[in-house]
Ligand binder design. Structure first.
Ligand code: ZN
Length: 212
């Protein structure tokens, strides 16, 4: 079973180490300098390392169920990582990446009877309440809760001193994204319209490269 992972790594090695312009050698010699910090769900289908087809060194990654960010507390994995990314590296965008069909958000809406899980996701209750105020449709409720949770998490991020400092000083900004898994789109929250809007173009990659 583990063979598929090793085969994948060997493939990665062929392109990123052994190729003439293998990027890993350069990253090891010169160090990393990621521009993004992505906070995403643990869902295996919405893994930013897969869906964005990133080059090595593109972003720092933090994962939590539902891409939920709890209010700041010193000494957590996330607070230390954000401090490292913003004060010791030059991250410019912190991306909160939610996704539709999210098991964590469904568990929240279904009021799951599991203390281990509910004690973490309950922080998104406000998002669920706001979503309920906007719709009666069960399916729409889940999508709406995903969006509201991303907004809530982004607000909570501002309680992290390193984030607050970087945003206030204009060194970094917080980006709110949702992956619509069925449609295969990325949506971004716009303050102007107060809505998540599709930012993917569906352009064929080959065409966009040709036109670049
Ligand atoms: Zn999820």
């Amino acid at each position: 079973m583990i063979d598929e992972l090793i085969a994948g790594f060997e493939d990665f090695k062929r392109y990123s180490y052994d190729a003439k312009d293998g990027v890993m050698q350069q990253l090891i010699e010169e160090g990393q300098s990621p521009r993004y910090f992505i906070i995403s769900c643990i869902d295996s289908r919405a893994n930013p390392g897969t869906i964005f087809r990133p080059a090595p060194g593109a972003f720092f990654a933090h994962k939590a169920m539902g891409a939920i960010v709890r209010p700041y507390k010193q000494g957590t994995a996330l607070s230390a990582a954000l401090r490292f990314a913003l004060d010791y590296n030059k991250v410019q965008k912190i991306i909160v990446l939610g996704h539709t069909e999210c098991g964590a958000i469904k568990a929240l809406a279904d009021n799951i009877d599991d203390d281990e899980i509910s004690s973490f996701i309950e922080v998104a209750q406000n998002a669920l309440i706001r979503a309920k105020a906007c719709t009666d449709c069960a399916e729409e409720l889940l999508d709406r809760t995903v969006e509201e949770t991303v907004i809530e998490s982004a607000q909570n991020l501002m309680t992290y001193p390193a984030v607050n400092r970087a945003v206030t000083e204009g060194r970094a900004e917080i980006v709110r994204w949702v992956v619509d898994m069925k449609a295969g789109d990325v949506l971004e929250y716009r303050d102007k319209t107060k809505k998540f809007e599709v930012i993917t173009t569906h352009e064929n990659l080959e065409d966009s490269r040709k036109n670049a």
